[in-house]
Write a protein that binds this ligand. Structure first.
Ligand SMILES: *Cc1c(COP(=O)(O)O)cnc(C)c1O
Length: 428
């Protein structure tokens, strides 16, 4: 496989863009090699600028549940573009999309649109603080909530200690209000509540997708709900990834626990930059202009992006069995990978939630970030690069989630499994 054009393009990009990329994971640092520069997509496939074709399990990191160049979404975008790109004034399509989502989620009576997941979560946190008049927040090791200052606190520090920033440029003063807890470990959350009477909210990915795929246990979420209620804190579900991916209603379609605030991104924009956060009326009414909590955006609710999101969600809603099919394909893939790995004595843990799938090169089940970190990342890097050489584009890190799209079928999955069988033999 030739990737000379991608290599040249990467060298050129590095001269004028830090690391050659506009988002760090794209640089392939954790697996080595050259990131591919993409020319175009088509259904389940992407093509690089050297003309190689790949089955795409990244799908722009989640948004493209209908695959590339879906005609209905393209038509919706083109129609909108012809009427103008942006007005900075209300359009009816915002209300339409808002209605769709409020109808879908019991936990949401009002919603506001922004332009990214980062912005959605950052605003949700401000709203929770404004609503409760408290400053501290609890987040979990290994959960990613975008790159805003107070959320750039990760693993490393023990549970229930005040977080230290994980990036230079974030003052420790900004993260001293962020308490860290351990995923699926309710004791660690109890400790946070013992250490602070000032907790505004607990934020969690109810199906974690940013440490690999690690779902929260139902009982754990129930206990979180109780702890929040008992202490007057809000529970935020970050469904930027799991929303419309794990199920039409995200994690909330699969579990009983109800959050106070929900954040969205990725699929909600159908491939365009959209984020959103929603909650009950009494919480959302604290937002400016009705309430005192300020939040704004020049391109928020952009009509082109709203039309893409609406078209994407309409297709999902019209076809409720779609998630069964996506989950069946995801299971077929992970079962195939697991069997192929086993035949070569490679331990592999797999997990599926709707169209989301994950696999760890790990001999134990992964329930939290510490477990995930014990995975064999060298083995992952070898697997990733060989699969890529054989036309399969997987996320370039052991700690990411893979995605199935509606343009995939059993034949495509079986071919990928065959490729994996060959690759496992080579790397074992
Ligand atoms: C991707 C992601 C974000 C950040 O969204 P951006 O659109 O990249 O800013 C936040 N939370 C979760 C759970 C995500 O997966």
């Amino acid at each position: 496989m030739q990737i000379t054009k991608s290599k040249t393009a990467f060298d050129e990009a590095k001269k004028v863009i830090p690391g050659g990329v506009d988002s760090p994971v794209r640089a392939f640092k954790s697996v080595g090699g050259t990131p591919l520069f993409i020319e175009k997509g088509e259904g389940a496939y992407i093509y690089d600028i050297d003309g190689n074709r790949y089955v795409d399990f990244v799908q722009s990191w989640g948004p493209l549940i209908h695959g590339h160049c879906d005609e209905d979404i393209q038509d919706a975008v083109i129609d909108a573009v012809k009427k103008g790109l942006s007005f900075g004034a209300p359009t009816t399509v915002e209300t339409e999309l808002a209605k769709e989502i409020c109808e879908m989620f019991d936990s949401i009576e009002k919603i506001r649109f922004v332009s990214s997941g980062t912005e959605a979560v950052m605003s949700a946190i401000r709203l929770a603080r404004g609503y409760t008049n408290k400053d501290d927040i609890v987040k979990f090791e290994g959960c990613y909530h975008g790159h805003s200052d107070s959320l750039l606190v990760q693993a490393g520090s023990g549970a229930a200690t005040f977080g230290t920033p994980s990036s230079p440029g974030v003052p420790a003063d900004f993260t001293k209000h962020t308490l860290l807890a351990k995923y699926n470990d309710i004791q660690s959350v109890k400790k946070c509540f013992e250490n602070s009477q000032d907790i505004a909210c607990v934020i969690i990915e109810p199906i974690a997708g940013n440490m690999g795929l690690v779902p929260a246990e139902e009982e754990f979420l129930e206990e979180l709900r109780e702890l929040c209620d008992k202490n007057g804190a809000l529970l935020i579900f970050d469904e930027v990834m799991s929303g419309f991916r794990a199920h039409l209603k995200g994690a909330q379609g699969l579990i009983k626990t109800k959050p106070d605030i929900v954040t969205f991104g990725k699929v909600i924009g159908g491939g365009m930059p959209v984020g959103a956060f929603g909650a009950r009326k009494d919480i959302m009414d604290k937002l400016s202009p009705d309430g005192p909590v300020y939040q704004a955006g020049t391109l928020s609710g952009n009509p082109v992006a709203m039309n893409a999101g609406l078209a994407s969600l309409a297709k999902l809603k019209k076809n409720p069995t779609i998630y069964d099919k996506l989950e069946m394909l995801a299971k077929r893939l992970t079962d195939g990978l697991k069997e192929a790995a086993k035949q070569n004595d490679i331990p592999l843990q797999t997990c599926v939630r709707g169209s989301m799938f994950g696999f760890f090169f790990n001999d134990k089940e992964v329930k939290n970030f510490d477990d995930a970190l014990k995975s064999d990342t060298k083995m992952f890097a070898k697997f990733h690069s060989k699969m890529l050489e054989n036309g399969v584009y997987l996320a370039c890190s052991q700690f990411e989630t893979g995605f199935i799209c509606t343009k995939m079928d059993e034949k495509l999955i079986d071919d990928v499994v065959k490729t994996a069988e060959k690759v496992f033999k080579e790397i074992s």
